[in-house]
Design a binder for this molecule. Sequence first.
Ligand code: GUN
Length: 291
Amino acid sequence: MTEIIDGNEVGERVKDGLADGIETLSAEGVTPGLATVLMSEDGASETYVSMKQRACEEVGIDSVHVEIDPDAPESELLDRIDELNEDPSIHGILVQMPVPDHVDEKAVLRRVDPAKDVDGFHPENVGRLVAGDARFKPCTPHGVQKLLASADVDPEGQDVVIVGRSDIVGKPLANLLVQKAPGGNATVTVCHSRTDDLGEKTRNADVVVAAVGVPELVDGSMLSEGTVVIDVGVNRVDADTEKGYELVGDVEFESAKEKASAITPVPGGVGPMTIAMLLYNTVKAASLQED
Ligand code: GUN
């Protein structure tokens, strides 16, 4: 039987585990605070940000939402980040990506105080992660590690193929999985759009993580029997539904399920973990700042 890895359930466990930390802070008169910043009218980004805010409320984290006109100059976004950096009630700052084309994404990531960078995207935090001294593990890769652990998959000695080399998922996940640490010690291959014969790579994997943003790119014919499959993709594809679209992953679920020993669904797999690990990082940021 193929195990369907339930990200909602694992995410709830992570959230439950935050209660002690939040209580300790509360005894010191501190409520963790997260600022979400959105400079976009993209429907998916708006949905993600409101889900993040709702999750904060659920666990007792204060959330502040800042919306910036997508046509405003870059300086307006940078000024708002400066204000949040200075605000002692804000422990975590998340600028939802992508930002508009006229805004320099790297300049934005550099502007966030690294101590408040709960995404783990600031170059200082990226460097610390690569050096094996992470302050904040990026939320989605950390969530993937938790999902593997929940399915009793120890990456040590396993061949893990990551499809996708993004700064948000593929690259940081590869770094985490090769580290000499629990949840690491894997042999990692990172595939991308220029990879020759992707199927040959994925068929030789013990674990496949698809994080490429191409609907249903990985199907059952590209997997060997018993592979563990983690699907990070969330793609809106046109469909005859109320909203006019449906969500599909980067994995063709039905054919992949026939081969996999364990697989995450979309939705209900990695998505809830990204949010849970964001809350985890926010409580950690508050604890570090109030120490
Ligand atoms: N856009 C897509 N994923 C993410 C994420 O994890 N954090 C931020 N800030 N933006 C994103």
